[in-house]
Write a protein that binds this ligand. Structure first.
Ligand code: NDP
Length: 434
């Protein structure tokens, strides 16, 4: 806290993990002796840089870029880039810290990192986006590579932005190194099923968790916040498993369609660029639009999947969900629930799937993309999807096992933190004090 006094989100993420690790540290004094935890909360490297670019009016714009290379004990740094006005060092550090544990849980050989910029892609033309991405990569390329650090997408960064950044990296490096970025287009080294992976993976994970309790997605009412990459594919898979998805949102508001959301319409709105989710009711006048995206949590549901952003569910929101009879909560976004909200869910025996474990499908398939690039092969959609299912199942089982081994049976928050930690701690121990 003394070292990072203003980093509210980073401290929140660290506090949640440290609380879970108390029994682990008690059982493994060697971790205490070699200060594994103290070293783990300190990023290996933080890069912060100026991004200057010229808008369509010819005016110079300045943004700030970041890359936090958090931990490389298990492999090259790996984690997305976020372009959003709220990006600052605390946000990128919390995301990088979470990513380190998540990547460990996937069982893939990847360390943890995260990056981004306070650039706002909303309302920008295609050429402005391209110029920004090129300027961003002009600095970032010095710090990344297929064996050092492999960025991907996150909020505001999808295949288009990855394409522009890859093009600039290739030009500066003078080589086609496909494995330097993931989330690429299929024509030049992307993986099938990467776009769907986080949303699908979330639903696979929640299904594993519910199956253990004899519950399924069939006929359940589901709400999913956001209407971006993670949300859309979580909605698609939940509907495929027989659920009725009745609500989704964007940062302005949310829609409620008691007959079930027409996902194709949501996809069309998203693909059109700057369309707002409120446009949905032009096509479906019987659906309701509620101003203020947080209103989505007042809609009764059996399963809630927060897939928009951090801290979207606070204690009061969690109470509303519980009072309305929610049975399960699966986190698609990173840290969408505050600590108080998580405590309330656990105290009320709500089946709770924490982000680190439940949204790891995206980075897991990114790692499979790196494997395909390395071997110059391309797997089918079905092959990647099957591997994704297996990975999500393993993460669930390993997290349950760790929770039970360290005295919190059934608590996936503790289990995911512990299972992720032990693997990194052992690798750090083996590599000496560095
Ligand atoms: P997108 O940019 O594709 O979509 C984000 C969605 O969330 C949009 O609908 C956006 O609305 C909404 N949103 C963003 N900020 C806010 C806010 N402050 N309040 C309410 N709604 C908001 O991002 P992704 O779907 O890729 O990412 C969503 C979450 O999932 C993030 O937490 C991300 O870190 C996490 N995640 C993503 C992975 C991936 O593979 N993409 C992997 C693992 C985690 P609007 O359009 O109005 O901004």
């Amino acid at each position: 806290k003394l070292r990072n006094p203003h980093e509210v989100e980073f401290l929140q993420a660290v506090r949640e993990v440290v609380n879970s690790l108390v029994p682990v540290l008690a059982h493994h004094p060697q971790y205490m002796k070699s200060c594994i935890l103290e070293r783990l909360v300190e990023p290996e490297k933080i890069i912060s840089f100026r991004v200057s670019w010229v808008d369509d009016e010819g005016d110079v714009q300045i943004n700030r870029g970041y890359r936090v290379q958090f931990n490389s004990a298990l492999g090259p740094y790996k984690g997305g880039l976020r372009f959003h006005t709220t990006v600052n060092e605390s946000i990128i550090k919390f995301l990088g810290f979470e990513q380190t544990f998540k990547n460990s849980l996937t069982g893939q050989p990847i360390g943890g990192g995260k990056g981004g910029s306070d650039f706002d892609p909303k309302g920008k033309t295609d050429l402005e986006i391209m110029r920004f991405c090129q300027s961003f990569m002009t600095e970032l390329y010095n710090h990344i590579g297929p064996d050092t650090d492999v960025p991907a997408g996150d909020i505001g960064v999808n295949a288009r932005e990855i394409g522009y950044m890859f093009g600039q990296y290739k030009k500066l490096r003078g080589a086609f190194e496909a494995g330097v970025l993931t989330g690429k287009g299929l024509e030049y080294g992307g993986s099938l099923a990467r776009t769907e992976a986080t949303g699908y993976g979330l639903v696979y994970f929640v299904r594993e968790m519910l199956q253990d309790k004899g519950i399924g997605f069939e006929d359940k009412t589901v709400i999913v916040s956001g209407s971006g990459n993670v949300s859309i594919y979580a909605m698609e898979k939940a509907a495929e498993f027989g659920a009725k998805v009745v609500a989704c949102s964007d940062s302005n508001g949310c829609i409620y369609d008691e007959n079930g959301i027409d996902l194709n319409t949501v996809k069309e709105l998203k693909e059109s660029g700057d369309e707002r989710i409120s446009e949905y009711i032009t096509k479906y006048p019987n659906a309701q639009y509620l101003d203020d995206c947080s209103n989505i949590w007042s809609i009764p549901c059996d399963i809630a999947l927060p897939c928009a952003t951090q801290n979207e569910i606070d204690e009061a929101t969690a109470k509303t969900l519980v009072d309305n009879g929610v049975q399960a909560v699966g986190e698609g976004a990173n840290m969408p629930s505050t600590q108080e909200a998580i405590n309330l869910f656990l105290d009320n025996d709500i089946h709770f799937a924490p982000a680190k474990a439940a949204n790891a499908g995206g980075v897991a398939v990114s790692s499979l993309e790196m494997a395909q690039n390395g071997s110059k092969l391309m797997w089918t959609f079905e092959e990647v999807d099957e591997k994704l299912k297996d990975i999500m199942k393993n993460i669930y089982q390993n997290s349950m096992q760790a929770a039970s081994d360290y005295g919190s049976p059934g608590n996936l928050v503790a289990g995911a933190n512990i299972a992720g930690f032990i693997k990194i701690a052992d690798a750090m121990s083996a590599q000496g004090i560095i």
